[in-house]
Design a protein around this ligand. Structure first.
Ligand code: BG6
Length: 471
């Protein structure tokens, strides 16, 4: 029998504005990074202007259909819905003097719609969708002025939504900037031309900005919970060879440096050697160290897979979520080569909790798969996605184990609770949802929504607070 989930556990689902809203120029929205990356955000093609083949321009038309979609989330029993605010709807160029009222109104309506059903919005302030102008004019987060623009944006949305939104995340997968400097850090300069100092300077700016708005958020909304969000990826040594184990530690720290700063309020002691050996010089302004002391209330993370690390030069990196790693011979992979490791979720929950002893929140987890629309015995269109049910069931069983281990977990939101455009490859055929959206990568489709088999399954999981899971 599956162990208990706590009372009031926040069950739900997650999306990001740029992957579902569409309406890329509607109501005064400016262009974001995503509007010029038709092939996906990780080191992909950047076009001078938006091109028709960019699936994100229409997305799943959530901008116009959110009422219908939230109704379906409510039917599943969601307690929380994670989405992001598209920065370029609020400040079309990022450095505008005044916000765009129409953009603000959209999120008023969206959050009201959630609250109508008792669903708490969980809002990512910046999810890979920085206004394009900030990338082109300032080279993104390399420029210290981004801190001010981000602060103005955060102040605007905190003030506007303080009575509607209690849970906030500062940057989606903040640690992904190391691998995807454009998508994650809005850095226009090609990755190959960036020095380590350039990169870590941008990271420093983001960390200062995150701490600054955490402080600001607490001032404006004393009851709010403001979290960091990291790409969670356990790294296992490929062998018990001490060299492999040490390399694993290093790789892990590359990821953990971010949450170490955001949770502990200062750079970790290992950063000193890292910076010295990699010739990284960060320009700090007086007061930065003080600002960093404004730590987050909780740690949220995405979890899709684990990787291995090895010193063996013949070990080749496989495919994965943003950061590649050596494939694990003991695990199977999804159709996109992401290795499936439910126990890795229990492991990372425990390691993060051991390290920080602060509440955790799983804000992304799920299986991207090719789904086939079929007709059920009553003639209704559906998807028999047993593979997704299996994936989520197995991960949630491990979540229950971690809770039993003593981990304090606030909630769990599956990624892409409704089909959306993928971040890495910009495809719609990589589907994560409980709800199928009739749209194809050639742009055809009616945009109609259909419940998959996993819809009723997740509804039952929520209704029973996890008791229906199968060990
Ligand atoms: C995370 C991102 O890295 O992974 C999401 O925060 C993304 O934006 C998710 O969609 C799944 O990745 P993909 O490439 O399958 O969409």
């Amino acid at each position: 029998m599956v162990k208990d989930f706590p009372e009031g556990f926040l069950w739900g689902g997650a999306v990001a504005a740029n992957q579902c809203e569409g309406a890329y120029l509607e109501d005064g929205k400016g262009l974001s990074l995503q509007d010029v990356t038709p092939k996906g955000g990780i080191g992909g093609l950047i076009t001078p202007e938006p091109t028709e083949d960019n699936m994100k321009l229409v997305g799943i038309d959530f901008y116009h259909r959110y009422k219908e979609d939230i109704k379906l989330f409510a039917e599943m029993g969601f307690k929380v819905f994670r989405t992001s605010i598209a920065w370029s709807r609020i400040f079309p160029n990022g450095d505008d003097a005044e916000p765009n009222e129409k953009g603000l109104e959209f999120y008023d309506n969206l959050f009201d719609e959630c609250l109508k059903y008792g669903i708490e919005p969980l809002v990512t302030i910046s999810h890979y969708e920085t206004p394009l102008n900030l990338a082109k004019k300032y080279d993104g987060w390399r420029d210290r002025r981004l801190i001010g623009f981000y602060e103005t944006y955060a102040r605007t949305i905190f003030t506007r939504y303080k009575d509607k939104v209690k849970y906030w995340l500062t940057f989606n997968e903040i640690n992904s900037i190391v691998h995807a400097p454009f998508m994650s850090g809005a850095i226009y300069t090609e990755k190959e031309k960036l020095s380590m100092s350039d990169l870590y300077q941008a990271i420093h700016h983001e960390l200062v900005a995150s701490a600054l708005v955490t402080k600001l958020g607490h001032e404006i909304m004393p009851d709010a919970k403001i979290g960091c969000m990291v790409l969670g990826m356990p790294v296992y040594p490929m062998s018990p060879k001490p060299e492999d184990v040490l390399k694993t530690l290093e790789r892990d720290r590359e990821n953990l440096l971010f949450s170490d700063v955001q949770v502990r309020g200062k750079y970790p002691s290992y950063a000193k050697r890292l910076f010295k050996e990699q010739n990284i010089q960060i320009k700090m302004e007086p007061g930065d160290e003080e600002i960093l002391k404004n730590t987050v209330d909780f740690i949220s993370f995405s979890y899709y897979m684990s990787i291995c690390e090895s010193t063996d030069p013949s070990a080749k990196a496989g495919q994965g979520n943003i950061m590649g790693g050596v494939p694990n011979p003991h695990l199977k992979a999804s159709e996109w080569g992401w290795q499936i490791d439910p126990k890795g979720l229990r492991y990372i929950l425990n390691t993060l909790y051991d390290r920080y002893e602060k509440p955790l929140f799983i804000v992304e987890n799920g299986l991207g798969a090719v789904d086939k629309l079929v007709e059920d015995e009553n003639g209704n269109k559906t998807v028999e996605d047993d593979y997704r049910i299996q994936y989520l069931n197995d991960h949630l069983v491990q979540v229950a184990e971690a809770i039993e281990d003593g981990v304090e977990l606030m909630g769990y939101t599956t990624w892409g609770c409704i089909d959306l455009v993928s971040a890495s490859t910009a495809e719609l055929k990589k589907r994560y949802g409980f709800i199928y959206v009739d749209r194809n990568d050639d742009g055809t489709g009616t945009l109609e929504r259909y419940k998959k088999k996993s819809f009723d399954w997740y509804k039952e999981v929520i209704a029973t607070n996890g008791k229906s899971l199968i060990e």
